[in-house]
Design a protein around this ligand. Structure first.
Ligand SMILES: [Zn+2]
Length: 325
């Protein structure tokens, strides 16, 4: 029996595809609201995901023909995997944040801007060879992402919008185009990767559409506080289990961010001055194995400490050095 089925009105049918990776599962959701059958997110591009999606539709008495629309929380590959497979069989609208559009269209100008942004970023953060290797991985990633390019029209959503009984909540931080969807009557939140029960979400460093670095961690904390104010009983997360009564978890996540900031501040006080040195000292082996995420975390924290006027920075030979303010 599907979970959370109601006699009428708003119902949700989770599709949970397990994985050996730390995220534990790729989750996406079929949502029925009385008028429309929507898909919130679209898993990864795999036969297993596809089969589970089609089987779930069938179990609840539908086929692909009944699907009205796809609604995206954000455009990371593990949330848009089946979009093109669905669109090749059925022309339906895609709803996403306006900032998702250049990402889904793989806009050439935006891709070039992102590469330039990361190249300058890793240079200025003192990453040297490690940064050069990451740029090579990014360039290859663009080729790999071609298959995810969405050629259909994408309808932009913003914070005052409602769609299929869901209130759109802008939750930038994990991604600049991240949205959550709130069902007030049920007290449900479709949270994407904004809040995951068993692991903390990364506030990934990204440029805005003009190439300026976003204050990702500050935005992420603000988005957590936004969700903290909502009356939520169940979060349908993008990975892992559903989260019940998330207020304590949100508080814990915010506290953990502040603890980490204090630890990084401690290293800066001890004279570890560049983001690259901070990342190597703080994350040790993970610096090599998860370079992009590790640098993202550290840069997010130094940006945040700078906004709080706790640190100063000085450019020496093209590399930023941070000191206690
Ligand atoms: Zn994500």
């Amino acid at each position: 029996m599907p979970l959370y089925r109601l006699k009428r009105g708003f119902s949700v049918y989770p599709i949970i595809v397990p994985t050996k990776y730390s995220v534990k599962s790729f989750n996406f959701y079929i949502v029925e609201d009385g008028d429309y059958l929507s898909l919130i997110d679209a898993g990864i591009d795999s036969d297993e995901c596809w089969d589970q999606f089609i089987n779930t539709l069938s179990e609840i008495g539908y086929t692909l023909k009944d699907l009205s629309q796809i609604i995206l929380t954000h455009t990371h590959e593990d949330h848009i995997g089946l979009v093109n497979r669905i669109l090749s069989l059925r022309e339906i609208p895609i709803y996403a944040h306006s900032k998702s559009i250049p990402r889904l269209k793989l806009d050439k100008g935006f891709q070039a801007l992102r590469i330039k942004f990361y190249k300058q970023l890793y240079d200025e953060m003192g990453c040297g060879e490690s940064g050069t290797r990451q740029i090579e991985r990014l360039l290859k990633g663009i080729q790999d992402r071609e298959k995810y390019t969405v050629h259909a029209d994408i309808i932009p959503l913003s914070k005052t919008d409602r769609i299929s009984g869901l209130q759109v909540i802008e939750t930038p931080g994990h991604a600049p185009d991240h949205l959550a969807f709130y069902q007030a009557e049920k007290k449900w939140l479709f949270g994407g990767d904004h809040l995951i029960g068993h692991i903390s979400s990364n506030a990934i460093i990204e440029p805005d559409l003009e190439g300026k670095r976003l204050l990702t961690l500050k935005e992420y904390i603000h988005s957590l506080e936004t969700c903290q104010k909502l009356d939520v009983e169940t979060v349908f997360a993008g990975h892992g289990r559903q989260i019940f009564n998330p207020k304590d978890l949100i508080t814990m996540r915010i506290n953990k961010i502040h603890q980490k900031s204090d630890q990084i501040m401690g290293l800066i006080k001890r004279g570890v001055s560049t983001a690259d040195q901070l990342a190597r000292t703080f994350y040790k082996d993970k610096y090599q194995s998860q370079f992009d995420l590790v640098m993202s975390e550290i840069i997010g924290h130094v940006d945040y400490l700078e906004v709080l006027n706790k640190i100063n920075k000085e450019l020496k030979d093209g590399v930023w050095h941070y000191t206690q303010a």
